[in-house]
Design a protein around this ligand. Structure first.
Ligand code: ADP
Ligand code: ZN
Ligand code: MG
Length: 478
């Protein structure tokens, strides 16, 4: 390959808070347009913004979770621009003194196409806090503005130009999303616009140190769109360079249907935002103790959790990877693990049964009818040999629809495993008596037929006989 891609990402993440960034309107998605507004977020003259402490706290958390330095002194600035998505004609943002800077995110685990990625660290340049503008929707001859989104706390997370491929960018976004979810900072639901990504990409000949001229691709609303846009830009820019052309510094959009980027504006049309400190807002200061208190309250991150699940519960890397792929799955496992005797079998049940059924039913694990406590109990019933694995699946299917606890189902349906040899013996004797031909073949050396007899006994006992005991008794009686 002649060219190498250089990629830096600017990611916007909405912070989950009760109220908006500078007013007391609810921070809530999906309401009737322009119902969650007030004079502050509508930019009426003479109103005063009041900063949301929860949003600032969560921004600092995000910074600490990405190994950033936290500014002891920080301020809000006005970014001036004229556009209907902001009624004030300026956005409150942060310019030269963001809350967080010089951080890092470590890539590891599975990449875009499922292969394991080599360890690599991507630098975080800065994380600043600002207010989201209104959401504009464009129709054929008119546009609509929904100011419910105006004033929602929004972080901008800017990476260093450290990524070299679409796969690395995809992995970076995946890790970033995990961190935001585990840190209780944002749900990062991309369909609701809670996480949005701009891609900066340039090419340079392999071996060259200097960066080339970059293009910025705006507002990619899924990780796979970001991945595709990078691959498309790599192709577009290589073509330009191969044909003696130059890459122009420009802002481009992404057309998902066509699978290509298109020119939005060139550098000549760049804005001058006239940043200046917002005179309505006091600078924000932190003491060492305050920052340490936030640090002491940090949750465990997925990478650390994966290692712990392997060490503490003896799970495989693969199982740990799946169980930590979403915060709610990890929480479910850990709750169930408190009472489950065999953690490995518990992990198997979550991964192979529960997640599959939830997937079919398009349900999130947090709203599953099968509570973690009940799944642990089911696993314990198998472990204690009250029921066997086959019956357990039947019980599970029932639990999945009825919310009932497994013991109740087992009792109600009379599914308790028979592990008493005097109760199993009649079935064994009957199976032998019913199948004289197979008995003779068995005696003539066809020992595999024991499985056939096990099947017969299970049928006669309606699946309730303990299989281990059945085998022992058959060997004795045959
Ligand atoms: P701008 O002045 O256009 O806003 P910045 O220096 O602020 O550019 O960087 C914006 C983003 O672009 C960052 O994520 C940064 O890592 C990335 N970036 C900067 N230069 C390049 C480059 N030559 N190629 C690719 N990405 C770059
Ligand atoms: Zn408001
Ligand atoms: Mg910039």
């Amino acid at each position: 390959m002649k060219y190498e891609a250089v990629i830096g990402l600017e990611v916007h993440v909405q912070i989950r808070t009760k109220s908006k960034m500078f007013c007391s309107c609810p921070n809530q998605y999906g309401a009737e347009p322009n119902t969650l507004i007030c004079p502050v977020c509508m930019g009426y003259p003479g109103t005063l913004p009041v900063p949301n402490k929860e949003a600032i706290y969560k921004t600092v958390r995000a910074g600490l979770l990405t190994e950033c330095e936290i500014a002891r002194f920080s301020k809000f600035d006005r970014k001036s621009y004229f556009y209907p998505d902001l009624a004030k004609n300026y956005q409150i943002s942060q310019y030269d003194l963001p809350f967080c800077s010089n951080g890092a995110i470590h890539l590891s685990g599975k990449g875009f196409s499922g292969e394991m990625l080599p360890e690599k660290t991507i630098g975080i340049t800065r994380i600043h806090l600002e207010e989201d503008p209104a959401k504009l929707t464009h129709y054929a001859h008119q546009s609509g503005a929904d100011y419910n989104r105006s004033g929602v706390p929004l972080m901008e997370i800017v990476s260093e130009p450290d990524m070299r491929s679409a796969d690395e960018a995809y992995a970076y976004l995946t890790r970033l999303k995990e961190i935001m979810q585990y840190g209780d900072i944002s749900d990062c639901d991309m369909e609701k616009g809670q996480m949005r990504c701009d891609v900066n990409i340039s090419l340079r000949p392999v071996g060259q140190k200097e960066f080339g001229t970059k293009a910025e691709i705006k507002n990619l609303n899924s990780f796979s769109a970001a991945h595709k846009a990078i691959e498309y830009e790599f192709w577009r820019q290589s073509n330009l360079l191969d044909n003696g052309g130059k890459v122009h510094q420009e802002t481009r959009g992404w057309n998902d249907e066509a699978g290509e980027t298109y020119l939005m504006r060139s550098k000549e049309q760049a804005h001058d935002y006239r940043y200046f400190p917002d005179p309505d807002l006091m600078p924000v200061t932190f003491t060492e103790e305050e920052i340490e208190a936030i640090r002491a309250d940090l949750p465990e991150l997925p990478a650390a959790m994966r290692e712990r699940l392997v060490a503490e519960y003896g799970l495989t890397e693969y199982d740990a990877q799946i169980l930590t792929s979403e915060r709610n799955i990890a929480k479910y496992f850990e709750t169930a693990a408190k009472t489950a005797i065999n953690k490995k079998i518990l992990a198997n049940w979550i991964i192979s049964e529960l997640l599959r059924e939830l997937g079919n039913a398009k349900q999130d694990i947090s709203e599953s009818n099968v509570s973690p406590e009940n799944l642990a109990e089911l696993v314990n019933l198998i472990e204690k040999k009250t029921i066997n694995g086959k019956i357990a699946k039947e019980v599970f299917a029932d639990m999945f629809v009825t919310c009932k606890n497994p013991e109740a189902i087992v009792k109600e349906k009379g599914l308790v495993q028979v592990a008493d040899s005097s109760a199993i013996l009649p079935f064994v004797e009957q199976a032998i008596a019913n199948n004289p031909a197979q008995v003779e073949q068995y005696h003539n050396g066809n020992e595999k037929l024991i499985q056939y007899f096990v099947g017969q006994v299970m049928k006669l006992s309606k699946g309730k006989a303990n299989p281990q005991m059945v085998i022992e008794l058959l060997k004795e009686k045959l």
